[in-house]
Write a protein that binds this ligand. Structure first.
Ligand code: GLN
Length: 541
């Protein structure tokens, strides 16, 4: 295919409608038709990236291979289209304005007045062009964050209008994902909010070609015709998108409801149905598992599951691979004390301590790691969770009572987790984050080796602190081995306890690379170990 075709996805009426999932699912349907697809998100907020945003505000920060902290929708895109995306695939208003201001300071505008149109809009178009240049997709799906009517998204919509004017009709499709609320007292689905939202788009100069209707109940023919008539589209381009048990059903539902067919028709591409058998198997395994395990996630944002989105997804992938339902027990780390430890954890089949920052909940996480170690419960510690495992082992096995990470206790006499500079005796230089992918060499015949089936891997990181190499000998002699190292910088990346059936801590974030069709080995392994633990009964005296 010559040149990239563009699909733009906007949102109507309210946020959190699943625009990202719709875009990602469409990407999967087009990829299965044999096209090279990329997806890109334009985020209207002014923050430069979500890296410093509170998880309560924004949910999880998703990190790409090239070390950028992005929106969690990028994670959905990667999981659905099974491609690794880059810094080009997420652009925020903050980045756009910061580039424009930088250029202005450098004299790049040669004394002209800098304006939203064309300077800001051109910067947005340059960002879209970067995605095209980075990956040369046949089809680029661009999701515009926020809801039509938001002030922040106007420059993005204006830029897209400019781009639309420069493209041939067959090279560009607009999809509006909108809410059709069901009013129970009237027993009716209402189209008015969507009509208004499309009118607002029209006022900006944009006309959707397809409307994806998020609704609780199936669309009747009448509703479909009404949306078509009032919004200037054909009834066949009104696509139903109802709620489902799992996100992974969305591509199958949207295929059945004709989204990709409509898109292909408009883009002049083949319309015939693709082979979706791999995806059907994923959904089948998810919906009809023959076993079940319970895995505890011990974290501090547990009331906000989006904060651990990729971990939840990766656990589901592990479940799909083992045809097992993974029930998650959310445990607030602060609730775990010596008194509650047993009551909260005794009937779980696996314990996962995820990443995190700061002091809150640390002692509870340490108790969870201790419980898993002493009771031979499968344990996966991720990033801070790995550091927690190290601290726990130092305190209770090595007897270093005040062992800690210097992040939480800079005065500790046993800084088993520390900044790299501290390890080398250099004062803290500010410790910038280690972000993105790094190689890791695994010790042959270790648990990690058995899990991965290879000795050289690459995983994504997001942290400042590291295992303190000065303690390597103490740990390995007492029974905690460092079985993964980044050789270039001599950093400990994986710890495990050989005497335990399945206890592993990783300094990286494996959840970011797990895909439903290619479950991450650590999550597949954790679920398999939890199944074994369940069959063997609780080893708990
Ligand atoms: N706070 C820890 C560090 O910066 C762990 C970070 C994380 O879990 N992502 O090293």
């Amino acid at each position: 295919m010559v040149g990239t075709k563009h699909i733009f996805v906007t949102g109507g009426v309210v946020s959190s409608l699943g625009k990202g999932i719709t875009a990602a699912a469409l990407g999967r349907l087009l990829k299965n038709r044999g096209y090279k697809v990329s997806i890109n998100k334009l985020d209207p907020y002014i923050n430069v990236d979500p890296g410093t945003m509170n998880p309560y505000q924004h949910g999880e920060v998703f990190v790409t291979d090239d070390g950028v902290e992005t929106d969690l929708d990028i994670g959905h895109y990667e999981r659905f289209i099974d491609e690794s995306l880059t810094r080009a695939n997420n652009t925020t208003s903050g980045q756009v304005y910061s580039n424009v201001l930088q250029r202005e300071l450098e004299g790049g505008y040669e004394g002209r007045t800098v304006q939203t149109i064309p300077h800001v809009t051109n910067e947005i178009l340059a960002a879209i062009q970067k995605v095209v240049e980075a990956s040369h997709p046949d089809i680029l799906i661009t999701e515009i964050g926020g809801t039509i009517g938001d002030i922040e998204s106007l420059p993005f919509l204006e830029a897209v209008r400019h781009l639309h004017r420069s493209l041939k009709a067959q090279d560009c499709v607009f999809i509006h994902v909108s809410l059709l609320p069901y009013v129970a007292s009237a027993g009716e689905v209402k189209t008015k909010p969507t009509q208004h939202s499309v009118r607002e788009l029209n006022a900006i100069g944009l006309q959707p070609d397809i409307i994806v209707c998020r609704c609780q109940v199936p669309l009747t023919e009448d509703v479909r015709k009404k949306v078509a008539l009032f919004c200037n589209i054909e009834p066949q381009d009104v696509i139903e998108n109802t709620n489902l048990e799992t996100l992974y059903q969305v591509p199958l539902m949207l295929e059945e409801n004709g989204l990709a067919r409509s898109v292909c028709r408009k883009l002049g591409l083949r319309e015939e149905a693709p082979d979706l058998s791999e995806w059907e198997q994923i959904v089948e395994n998810f919906l009809h598992p023959d076993k079940e395990v319970t895995i505890a996630i011990v974290g501090k944002y547990i009331e906000l599951h989006d904060a651990y989105l990729s971990i939840v997804e990766a656990l589901q992938h592990g479940g799909i691979a083992n045809k097992t339902r993974v029930k998650i027990r959310w445990i607030q780390a602060q609730d775990i004390t010596e008194e509650t430890q047993k009551e909260l954890l005794q009937d779980v089949n696996g314990i996962l301590v995820p990443g995190g920052f700061g002091e809150r909940g640390m002692e509870g996480k340490i108790l969870a790691a201790q419980y898993a170690r002493e009771n031979k419960i499968p344990f996966l510690g991720i990033c801070l969770g790995m550091q927690v495992a190290v601290i726990e082992f130092a305190r209770h096995v090595l007897g270093f009572a005040d062992a800690h990470s210097t992040e939480m206790n800079p005065q500790t006499t046993h800084p088993v987790i520390a900044l790299m500079e501290e390890q080398n005796g250099i004062p803290n230089m500010g410790g910038t984050q280690r972000l993105g992918k790094y190689d890791c060499h695994i010790t042959p015949n270790s648990l990690a080796h058995r899990i991965y089936g290879q000795t050289d891997i690459s995983e994504r990181h997001r942290h400042r602190y590291e295992f303190n190499n000065q303690y390597s000998e103490d740990f390995s002699q007492a029974g905690m081995a460092i079985t993964g190292r980044n050789l270039a910088r001599n950093l400990g990346e994986i710890v495990e306890i050989p005497a335990h059936p399945w206890y592993i801590g990783v300094q990286f974030h494996p959840e970011l690379k797990s895909r439903p069709n290619r479950p991450h080995p650590l999550f597949r392994g954790l679920v398999a170990a939890a199944l074994e633990q369940k069959q063997g009964g609780i080893i708990n005296e």
